[in-house]
Every structure is written in C-alpha cells, then in structure tokens.
Design a protein around this ligand. Structure first.
Ligand code: KIV
Length: 283
C-alpha cells in the first residue's frame, strides 16, 4: 500500500508498476478522514455531489461555490490522498479563460491537487491552458454525466465502431493536450482495456471493466446507502444503508422511551449544590 502523499507522479508510477490506483468520491471532512486513514490513493470531489449530497436529479445545477465548499472540507480531512475536484457544468465549456480561472479557484480556494473536466478533443484547448497554468488535469470520457441531455439519458457509450473509435481518439487527444489521468465511465470493458494499453497516463474506470489502471466508485453506492439505486457496475461492499437506518430507529425509540441518555452519558454535580438550588427554585 502507498504510504505518504499521493501525487501526480506517484499515480503515474503506479501505472508503470501495475499497482492499481484506488479512487472514491468524497464530499466532506469526516468521510475524507476515514477514506484517507484506510489508505485510498485519490479522492474525487465529484459533481455527483449534486445528486448524492444536494438531491438534484442530475449534475447540471452544481455551482463553482458548491465544488469549492466541498473540496476544501475534503482537503482538510485528507493527509495523503491526491485530491481531484470536478469542474462543474458551464465552468469550462464557454471559454479557455473561464476554464483557467475556475480551475485556479478549485486549487486556491478548494485546495485540490488536480481538476477533472468532461470531454475529449473539444475541450483540449482548455486542458492545454489549464496545464500551462501548472494545474494537473484529469479528463473524463465515455458516459459523461454533464452531457445527459445530448445522450438522452445515462446510457453506456462507445458501442458502435465509430463511437468506440471516437472515444479512443479523444483519449489520445486529451493525453496529447497534457492530461495526467483519464476517467473512463460507462463503456464496454474491452474498449477501456484498449485505451488503457494505448495511453501512457493512467485510466480510472467506473463501469468500464477490470483492465483500467484504477477504479472509482461513488461512495454512497459502494456503501449501499440507497436501496433504490444499485447500478450493474456497482459492488455493495457494506450494506450501511440498512445498518444506519436501524441505528437511527433505535435512537428514536430510546429517546422516546427514556432509555437514552443513561447514567453513563450524564454529568454529575455535588449534591449540596443541587439541594440549595432545589430549595430556591422548586416550591
Ligand atoms: O462526479 C463523479 O462522481 C464522477 C465519477 C462518477 C467519476 O465524475
């Protein structure tokens, strides 16, 4: 297991050594501490927080302020993980200048170590300019959730020859533009394998099979927090949703019945003090 601070250089070395890179989404200080102490390589402040934390139906409403707020909280909790922060919808698409300025804010105010943006050849000018500003970039290809309206929903991408070739070409283009890493989401496993073998930068898969250089999952999915959301590519590593709900229900019932708080959860006071106060106040 990697000890010490994970950096762009260490994750790239992991690719060369065949040491799989681990990434989880993370949106707050307490989770960052737990994941970091468990030895995760990289934490992604994904704009999925729009859905998992803020309850929107997609990622499109997420703002720069949302990303900065959550990224800074994660950065305060993580000692060793490389912090990757998503650039939200419309923070980089309009102009190269916007992209550099907003990437800079995620680094300065959000304390990220790397920014992630969605798209291939069409965002290469943005990637080049951000990298020129000494900000490492992770690209994101395949099922890119900021494009759900163009895709017509959350659908697996790259299934035809043309579509698959386009993703390979986009992967080569983002590498040439200076990206340090690329997330491959929702594409067939053999296509992700070909891209992983073609690129010298690491690929991180989600719904892209086992041949990627690393894997990422949304933590609410892998912790089974929502029984109604179980996509095919997710493995539930712990069923914490039902575990947490039982703890909440036990708390409610113990407060109502008076079982909690018990003597061991209460502070004492000298009896004489209370005798005096009781005489004064309780008639
Ligand atoms: O926003 C996010 O959580 C992501 C991952 C699904 C890769 O981009």
């Amino acid at each position: 297991m990697m000890m010490g601070k994970n950096t762009v250089a260490t994750v790239q070395e992991q690719k060369r050594n065949g040491d799989r890179i681990t990434m989880l989404t993370c949106y707050d200080y307490s989770m960052a501490r737990l994941m970091d102490e468990a030895g995760i390589n990289t934490l992604l402040i994904g704009d999925s927080l729009g859905m998992t934390i803020l309850g929107y139906e997609d990622t499109l409403s997420v703002t720069m302020e949302d990303m900065i707020h959550h990224s800074a909280a994660v950065a305060r909790g993580a000692k060793n993980a490389l912090i990757v922060c998503d650039m939200p919808f419309m923070s980089y698409q309009v102009s190269v200048e916007d992209a550099v300025r907003n990437a800079g804010r995620l680094m300065k105010e959000g304390r990220a170590n790397m920014v992630k943006l969605e798209g291939g050849a069409s965002v290469c000018p943005q990637i080049e300019a951000i990298v020129k500003a000494s900000i490492p970039v992770c690209a994101h290809l395949g099922l890119t959730p900021q494009s759900i309206n163009a895709f017509g929903g959350f659908k697996v991408q790259g299934k035809t020859t043309d579509a698959a070739r386009q993703i390979v070409e986009d992967a080569k283009a983002v590498e040439r533009a200076g990206a340090s890493m690329v997330v491959l989401e929702g594409i067939p496993a053999p296509l992700a394998e070909l891209i992983t073998r073609t690129l010298s930068i690491p690929t991180i898969g989600i719904g892209a099979g086992a041949a990627c250089d690393g894997q990422v999952l949304v933590y609410q999915d892998m912790l089974g927090m929502f029984a109604d959301i179980r996509p095919k590519f997710v493995k539930t590593f712990a069923d914490t949703g039902s575990f947490m709900k039982k703890a909440f229900a036990d708390y409610i019932s113990e407060v109502k019945s008076g079982v909690f708080p018990a003597a061991e959860h209460t502070y004492r006071i000298d009896e004489g003090v209370m005798e005096t106060l009781n005489k004064e106040y309780i008639k």
